[in-house]
Design a protein around this ligand. Structure first.
Ligand SMILES: [Zn+2]
Length: 130
């Protein structure tokens, strides 16, 4: 059985990325972060969940997203890889924060993730005192 735990480390990383890359469409208060244990998926390191619009309507709530990292696949990654995994998941959130997803394709290309990852690191360079 899969166990879930809130993941404040993932939240900290994701918020840092959202702030640095100025992903203004992402409503941080509507993002939730979990770490799962015991998943059988062999290759997935993280995934993003949302509710379909009919659920949001029935529950009378705004869209929200959950980013789940799979402990067995994510926790041992080096920091740079974790950052890219979280950038990838954040890119699944569409501009309208509608509850839907941006699918795999040009918007989530390896090239785009690499360049955003680089921009993320460059955003720190400015803050280092000379
Ligand atoms: Zn994906």
């Amino acid at each position: 059985m899969i166990q879930y735990q809130k993941a404040s480390d993932v939240q900290d990383l994701a918020f840092s990325i959202v702030n640095s890359l100025e992903l203004a469409h992402i409503k941080k208060e509507k993002l939730h972060f979990y770490r799962s244990f015991g998943s059988r998926s062999r290759y997935t390191r993280a995934r993003i969940h949302g509710l379909s619009r009919i659920w949001n309507d029935a529950l009378v709530m705004d869209p929200l997203y959950i980013i789940e990292v799979i402990a067995e696949r994510y926790d041992d990654l080096p920091p740079h890889e974790k950052e890219k995994v979280i950038i990838h998941e954040l890119l699944h959130v569409p501009r309208g924060f509608s509850g839907g997803f941006v699918s795999h394709g040009p918007a989530l290309s390896k090239h785009r993730i690499e360049s955003l990852h680089q921009a993320y690191h460059e955003s720190f360079k400015d803050q280092v005192p000379a």
